[in-house]
Design a protein. Sequence first.
Length: 373
Amino acid sequence: MFGIELEIKTKLLLLACGMGFIGFLLNSALPKQLTYHFPREGQDLSFSYEMPRSHVPLAPAVTDAGGLMPRKKIVAASSPESSPKSEAPAAKPATPPVTAKPAAAAAKPAVDKAKAAQIARQKALQQKQASEAAARKRLNVQVTNTQPWGKSVDDDEPVNPPVVAMPYFPPVANPDVNRNDKPQDDTDLTMDPSTWQALLQTHPTAENVSKFLQAHHQGKVADEVFYAIAGVLIQDRADDRRKAGLALLAGTPDIATFEYLVMKGPSFPADVQPQLKAILSSYSTTHIGILAQVLATEKNKQILIVALTLAQSAVAAVAASAQTTPGGLLTPAQPTGAHASPLKSALQAPLTSLGKNSDSQIASEAKTILAML
């Protein structure tokens, strides 16, 4: 009987030891960070887990002083009674209060800058509009004649004289009159050089050419600007622009134009050389007074030689026309009578002066022409 009781106790003891060993194994197998809180009666279950520290270095902004991730605790929602009370954060040292500026005072500089920028933009826009209005006012040129060059308005017959191979323009004013005697003012003629050039290049009509000639005669366009624009038009490939440039030279017979034709004329394209020579030859016929002024005042030998050649042509032409009288009788081949008087009175004085010139070629040609008078 005693042996049976001892055997039972031994089995129970072994069973208890086995259960304890199993519990020990289970307890050692689970992470130490996991903790089970068995709720008491009337309390909810709460579960907490502490993440293990990582040994991988992270950015300084997300790590603590040791280079490891800060410890974080994720706590499941629980009742107020079961959740542990969080410790109160350490009090920060007191800092002296900073007196904040009113919001209106802080925003005032930004408002002032925005207002100043808006005012500046408005002023710039007003100035731009004013300049554009002034430019439109200066460019108030009415284009009234868009007919092709060399054609009349009513028919297709050319209006150019058949004996002169150049565009014909009636003179705006007497070119021999001193330019100080200005005609009536015209506000449409007050334009800057670039505006004049743009106008004549886009609309090289007879109306605009006449306006440019009038502005030049009134002194509103300087000689260098006038001849520069004329040269640009003559060198243009467009036929109407070339004719406009030739018309500018033909419509301004004076000493400056004569010098320009002699010095710059040979550099122009070959297809306009006949027209340039025709304009230059007009100084021996219709502009003999200007030719006499060139002979009296010119110092350039090249220009003087051309002027003497034209003067000789003029005298020879008058002599040829005086050989035959209306009755058919031949007369001596010297310019006499009414034909010779204007020519002689215009050329005799400058030719006499040139006959005493130190240059032998100039003096010889001048004496030859004097002998023909």
